[in-house]
Design a protein around this ligand. Structure first.
Ligand code: UDP
Length: 368
């Protein structure tokens, strides 16, 4: 590269969790870093905005959960976490059911009271899938039977991914636990919570003492930024980095409709998932419940899923076979660039949760 005016050891593209964690670790080993982000705020999709004294998760609900004590201890040194437990409800054709699939759900569906009764019911319905499940539909039926699949999985999943469940990979549904216990905690992990005061505080801590420039779109101003540092950590979409030369990767995007309501509560719970096709949105989140709020007003967000198009925010990688092949082409190209590291959900085209990013970056060997 020509005209290098190396002012920093590292340029980090993206001030989300991946970029901020990288900045934190690099700073710790004495590297000088510059973080840039095209948005007007730090935090990426963790970003919260205070509305009516409620921390509103502007890019969808984020719940931190992990079974890794080192990860949990680390994030708690940044900010204390509260004892929040994610227990969303599902709404199907006007009736509410508990999630994840557990004894409460089975009681609501069939009136079964004991694990043995519920298991017998599900066992009977699971039989229709024999052999290794080939797609999400078969995976779901072989896990919980046809009725749970049709009432609580099919509609939600098809809205969220914009694809038939037969055309989706089965690993997506493996995220959801099935329990023969009365237990509505969505996650199996040992540790769970929301940072007291919202997620911005974590990012602020990670970026403490780091130079950050906002409103900078790296992919449009590369000449100006590439020369500033010897190494680059890129956390944006990998296909955009390579100017879509192998064609765009598919993502799901989200659209949020936020409302402030002049009432103390709206739905009495953090989230209601709409698992039928009668409602166009996938879920409604009522933000005050993240932090046990008692404010006089409430803020709700209706979440719509849509196919990503150029100019929209990419959220979820669509990890089907076709995109997997395309990603492999980009990845091969990325591997040849010794001075650029590709890190995070968009750069690695992978459905990462927050704790996985924290763990991965804490364990990364960054040399000296
Ligand atoms: N899912 C579902 N019904 C629900 C919630 C989730 O069928 O009520 C399925 C759906 O396929 C979804 C997957 O489980 O894509 C993972 O959901 P999760 O809540 O983990 O996704 P997140 O919103 O955290 O990305």
């Amino acid at each position: 590269m020509m005209n290098k005016n190396l002012k920093y050891d590292y340029l980090i593209v993206g001030a989300g969790l991946a970029g901020s964690m990288m900045a934190y670790r690099l700073k710790q080993i004495g590297k000088s870093v510059l973080v840039i982000d095209k948005r007007p705020h730090i935090g990426g999709n963790l970003y919260c905005e205070k509305i009516e004294d409620i921390n509103v998760h502007k890019y969808g609900p984020h719940i931190f959960h992990t079974s890794n004590k080192m990860v949990w201890d680390f994030v708690n040194t940044l900010v204390p976490f509260n004892h929040f437990r994610y227990c969303p409800l599902a709404s199907y054709k006007g009736r509410l059911y508990h999630l994840p699939f557990n004894m409460n759900t089975f009681y609501e569906l069939w009136g079964t009271k004991t694990p043995a009764e519920a298991k017998a019911k599900i066992e009977e319905q699971r039989k229709e899938v024999t052999g290794e499940p080939r797609n999400l539909e078969e995976q779901a039926i072989s896990l919980v039977g046809r009725e749970v699949y049709e009432k609580l999985i099919k509609g939600y999943t098809e809205k969220q991914w914009g694809r038939d469940c037969k055309d989706l990979p089965s690993f997506i549904i493996k995220r959801l636990p099935v329990r023969y216990r009365y237990d509505n905690n969505y996650f199996n992990d040992c540790y769970q919570g929301i940072p007291v005061g919202g997620y911005n505080r974590i990012i602020e801590k990670l970026l403490d003492g780091v130079e950050v420039r906002l409103g900078v779109d790296y992919n449009r101003q590369r000449e100006a930024y590439d020369g500033l540092a010897e190494k680059i950590v890129y956390t944006g979409p990998i296909d955009e980095f390579f100017d879509y030369k192998y064609g765009p990767l598919e993502y799901r995007s989200l659209r949020f409709e936020e409302e402030v309501l002049d009432q103390e509560s709206y739905q009495g719970n953090i989230a209601v998932n709409f698992t039928d096709h009668d409602h166009p949105y996938t879920r409604i989140v009522e933000h005050k419940y993240f932090e046990f709020g008692t404010q006089p007003k409430t803020v709700i967000t209706k979440e719509y899923s849509q196919e990503w198009q150029l100019g929209m925010e990419p959220y979820y990688p669509v990890n089907d076979a076709r995109n997997g092949e395309r990603y492999a082409q980009y990845k091969a190209e990325a591997d040849r660039l010794d001075h650029v590291m590709f890190v995070g959900r968009l750069a690695e085209y992978k459905y990462y949760d927050m704790h996985q990013i924290v763990e991965k970056i804490l364990m990364m060997d960054l040399g000296k």
